[in-house]
Design a binder for this molecule. Structure first.
Ligand SMILES: Cc1ncc(COP(=O)(O)O)c(C=O)c1O
Length: 383
């Protein structure tokens, strides 16, 4: 399976979570779009681009079960959340309720805009290990107050690599009259995503992680009633457009000045690729391997799973707590000496090492990771 990818075969690649990796077939499609662009840039960007984007968005919408009109492409989730954070009508004292498990750059975005508005970003502490869905939900809502206006939550967390019960949170939020913003950066192509069932008000996902498109392909989904009030981050021709489409949401957000949007157009190819290789089964098998292999790493690190070890909480990534004062050095050493690509991340007061399992990984690679860590432990005082 590794032959399908462009990855360096010398590297034990256990970090699919950070930036995915693009199979050759999908990357070739990307390059073909770029050739087409350079063959006739004006037609591609100003005329045909609309139709290309529409087709790609329709394929994505079918894949994640929503209406194509409720999606726009964005380069990455950070971009999507910056659109949202800039637009939230936050008043002094308002609160955004979130968890203590969110991605650092997103915490920074919300903190920045909350500080500006005099609002509060409430990072409800989540105890680890999570004992059950019910326990998580109960603990999460302890952060609620009559000032809470928005919920921001990851469907799969980054450094702790946990699937959170976001559907249940969205349902309860609706009952309480709150707007929900879901960070699904790790979700598309990783676990089932059905936006019509989930009923989040805003949702973003990256296609360049587990859907394996080239980098710079993500989406923002917005509930219909909320679309008109959303200013774009960058004002361009879509404002008071002389040639408007049938959607202000699309006009405002889809064109931000001259850029190569070929990555957006590879979604149909990525879906075709996943169908061709029966990626549902591939992914199921990887999830099984994660559950089988994780205990070996936990035992070695004398730690336990961050949640019950089952597919309610774990997908194709899994994190273990590691006691190190220098995670960056440890990560560098694993790469330079052992040729293992794996993130070792600080989060809150702890550090976590996160392995991924993709089509090309084998259980023996987790054994090699443990062997390498064992050697490092003997030879250094890094952990
Ligand atoms: C949970 C989560 N949210 C958001 C992001 C941001 O993604 P990007 O840097 O592509 O905008 C990441 C990145 O890995 C993430 O893990």
């Amino acid at each position: 399976m590794k032959n399908l990818f462009l990855l360096d075969k010398e590297i034990t690649f256990l970090n699919f979570g950070s930036f995915g990796a693009c199979p050759k077939e999908i990357f070739d499609d990307y390059i073909n779009w770029q050739y087409l662009l350079e063959k006739e840039p004006v037609q591609y960007i100003t005329v045909d681009g609309y139709a290309y984007l529409k087709k790609s968005k329709e394929a994505l919408a079918t894949y994640i079960n929503c209406n194509a009109e409720d999606l726009v492409f964005v380069p990455n989730p950070t971009h999507a959340f910056n659109i949202l954070a800039k637009n939230l009508l936050l008043n002094p004292g308002d609160e955004i309720l979130t968890t203590s498990l969110e991605y650092g750059a997103m915490d920074k975005t919300w903190e920045y805009y909350c500080e500006k508005a005099g609002a509060k970003y409430v990072r409800q502490h989540i105890s680890l290990p999570i004992l059950s869905k019910e326990n998580f939900i109960q603990e999460f809502w302890k952060g609620y107050s009559d000032k809470t206006k928005y919920i921001f939550i990851s469907q799969i967390t980054s450094s702790t690599a946990l699937i959170l019960p976001v559907k249940e949170i969205c349902e309860e939020a609706k009952k309480r009259g709150l707007i929900t913003i879901v960070d699904g950066a790790h979700v598309p192509g990783h676990i089932d995503l059905n936006l019509s069932e989930l009923q989040a008000d805003y949702y973003t996902g990256a296609c360049h992680k587990w859907m394996m498109t080239p980098k710079g392909c993500s989406f923002l989904y917005v509930e219909k009633e909320l679309q008109d009030n959303l200013d774009p981050l960058i004002i361009s021709w879509g404002f008071k457009s002389i040639n408007p489409s049938d959607s202000k949401f699309f006009d405002y957000h889809q064109f931000n000045g001259t850029r190569d949007f070929s990555a957006y157009l590879t979604v149909p190819k990525a879906i075709e690729f996943m169908n061709k290789y029966d990626w549902n089964s591939v992914s199921e098998n990887c999830k099984k391997r994660v559950l089988e292999n994780a205990p070996k790493l936990f035992d070695f690190l004398k730690t336990t799973a961050l949640a019950p070890l089952n597919t309610d909480f774990f997908g194709q990534i899994c994190s273990a707590k590691i006691q190190t004062a220098e995670p960056e050095k440890l990560q560098r050493l694993l790469f330079e000496k052992y040729k293992i690509e794996i993130p070792v991340m600080r989060h809150g007061k702890g550090c976590y090492i996160r392995f991924s399992f993709q089509a090309f990984n084998e259980s023996s690679e987790i054994d090699y990771l443990i062997q390498s860590l064992s050697e490092i432990k003997k030879e250094t005082n890094l952990f």
